[in-house]
Design a protein around this ligand. Sequence first.
Ligand SMILES: O=C[C@H](O)COP(=O)(O)O
Length: 247
Amino acid sequence: MRRKLAAGNWKMNGTPAELAQLNALITAHPTPNVDVLICPPSTLVAQAADIFAAFPLAIGGQDCHTAKSGAHTGDISADMLAAAGATYVLTGHSERRTDHGETDAVIASKSTAAYDANLTAIICIGETLDEREGGTTLDVLDAQLAGSIPDTATAANTVVAYEPVWAIGTGKVPTLDQIAEVHAHIRARLTARFTDGDGFRILYGGSVKGSNAADIFAVVDVDGALVGGASLTAADFSPIITALENA
Ligand SMILES: O=C[C@H](O)COP(=O)(O)O
């Protein structure tokens, strides 16, 4: 049985003042029957992990370097995130792939760095609109799955997040049939490659809101969501957690 996961990615948003949102979230969900994760900007990871250590709220990083330490100005290592209290890290988010030219090989290396630091890697994949319209979605995802997920991945150390690039921050959401097709495809690839492939959690991400969450969570093999904009306030994120708890 896979435990569901509601993950919020704050991206480049948030100062210490916004951490107060998390108090309201915990008040609304004091004993959630799903995992709840917030990935704030790296400046807030230690503070958030410290404040909420005793509560059912995990804290994660949004990216990590492939190396443990060294001369990499502006970067942060998986070991640093773990030492700050993070238990998860996103790798291969499409904004990292686009803004920083991250390749599948780099993402696999970052995911390995996460495992070495005892972090769970949420490895993100997804097709662009051109790829969707060109009919190559499943081929693109196959290449990303094969290249981004290390051979040492397990259901315990890895979550896969399917985020169609064209659905991120746009308000556009794939049809439920499109989500079902992709999640079934990812599941098949995971079970073919890993002995515990049926245990990997697969998240959907891209314009998830309180208003569409229940329908998305009813799709087979959707084990939760990676939420951007709607994770920034407790008022928006709480209904998504509730929908996942009721799924
Ligand atoms: O990491 C989160 C995703 O990029 C989704 O962002 P969004 O919910 O704002 O569309």
